[in-house]
Design a protein around this ligand. Structure first.
Ligand SMILES: [Zn+2]
Length: 433
């Protein structure tokens, strides 16, 4: 439950000052690529069943701060998870983090009682999963008083509070900042602003919330809102990882990833014509050769693009690394993955072109995800306006104005085709209708 009880408004300033200045463990946070983590406190069953499914749809995972004393209970933040939910949590690549067992208030509770409660939480977890350990913690209800902060931080690689800020520069690992989604769930612009700030600063943004449900408690949000936040986060180019994995990326000792995984195992779905979606508007074609370091991010960014319906086709051109295996984990109704023996980029493109069914084609080289990200939302919204104009017959003019060149792709074709080569700067465009 949240950091916004009414009484805390009165004492909030004092608490924030005291807690934030005491017992700090400063660590330099300057990731090469912006980081975003999604976290859930307590945690309600809908956070894993609905929120987790949305994260997994984008090929990413989150952190769940469990208070095992609340299991199966009905609380102000919703119906709490059941023990049966935990294996799926691990299978889907999420991290299980620690709250306190009894969800005791971090400021109000005597330090010894608080410490016993987090030890009880760990013991309860070990009874269920002897091999699993908590690496990260979130303070329940309020920021901790200084002694509690000092004691708690001895158990964990990081402890998370609130504050509605990004983490950047010299950051206190004993009190990481988080942005609670429920505070701005009626104001999506605030989400855009904080994600954009995180992108510009190349920082670490930790989102937090509770339930994700159609009728959310005051401490949660709707699936639609959560979906839009995840989509905006992914398309910002940030790396979306559980907290422990972010710590590992930043170089914090003792955070080698055990619970979570880089590319979540997604059951491979064989796509047949019967299950293929309606004719797509946009086909995103990804020829890939030895792109194991890029292919997962490329696919996530493609999944995050908002033109619907879309299809994504990966043609692996005989890679000798893990490209094909990683891409196959993303197969779904909209993502097809094919492999051919190595014949060069032109051949891989022709293969993809022969399979695609969209009115617009987007070429996306598997090693170019970063420049795709750098083009960012302006490109995305530009393409959106392009897509909406396709039926009004202005696409040709629009493209001529922007790109300067229009080249026939298939002579005699009545379909509207657009090829877009994503390059560094500037992007090269070509189109025909
Ligand atoms: Zn809580």
């Amino acid at each position: 439950m949240p950091f916004a009880d009414p009484w805390s408004r009165l004492t909030g300033f004092y608490q924030r000052k005291v807690a934030s200045l005491a017992y700090r463990r400063l660590f330099s946070v300057h990731p090469q690529r912006p980081l975003i983590s999604f976290t859930f406190d307590d945690f309600p069953r809908s956070a894993i069943r609905t929120g987790g499914a949305i994260l997994n749809r984008f090929g990413v995972a989150g952190t769940y701060y469990a208070a095992l004393g609340l299991v199966d209970q009905s609380t102000p933040s919703g119906q709490i998870f059941s023990v049966e939910d935990l294996p799926a949590l691990f299978e889907q690549g999420h991290e299980l983090g620690c709250h306190t067992f009894a969800h005791c208030d971090s400021w109000e509770t005597p330090t010894e009682v608080f410490e016993k409660s987090l030890v009880d939480n760990r013991a309860a977890l070990h009874r269920l999963f002897p091999d699993v350990d908590f690496k990260t913690f979130a303070y329940p209800i309020n920021l901790p008083k200084p002694r509690t902060k000092a004691r708690t931080s001895e158990y964990f690689a990081s402890c998370r509070g609130g504050g509605q800020r990004i983490n950047i520069g010299r950051v206190d690992l004993n009190q990481l900042s988080a942005y609670f989604l429920e505070k701005t769930r009626d104001n999506f612009q605030a989400i855009r602003d904080i994600v954009d700030e995180n992108r510009r600063a190349s920082g670490w943004l930790i989102f937090a919330t509770h339930d994700v449900s159609e009728n959310p408690t005051p401490f949660g949000c709707t699936p639609e809102f959560f979906h839009d936040v995840v989509q905006y986060a992914v398309s910002s180019g940030a790396q979306i990882v559980p907290v422990v994995e972010a710590l590992n990326i930043l170089g914090v000792q003792g955070c080698e990833v055990r619970q979570s995984i880089r590319s979540r195992p997604r059951p491979a779905v064989q796509v047949s014509d019967q299950t293929a979606p309606a004719k797509p508007l946009v086909s995103i074609l990804i020829p890939a050769y030895n792109a194991q370091d890029w292919i997962a991010d490329t696919l996530r960014s493609a999944i995050a693009q908002t033109w619907e319906p879309k299809e994504i086709i990966v043609v692996d051109d005989g890679s000798t690394d893990q490209t094909l295996e990683i891409a196959r984990k993303f197969e779904s109704g909209t993502i097809r993955v094919l492999s051919q023996k190595n014949q060069g980029a032109a051949s891989a493109r022709n293969t993809a072109l022969s399979l695609c069914r969209g009115d617009y084609i987007q070429w996306l080289d598997a090693d170019k995800w970063r420049s795709w990200m750098e083009l960012g939302t302006s490109e995305s919204s530009f393409l959106q306006s392009l897509a909406s104009s396709c039926t009004s017959g202005t696409a040709r003019n629009l493209f001529r104005a922007v790109c300067g060149t229009i080249c026939p792709l298939r002579s005699g074709s009545s379909a509207r085709w657009v090829t877009i080569s994503i390059c560094r700067q500037p992007p090269g465009w070509s189109a025909v209708s």
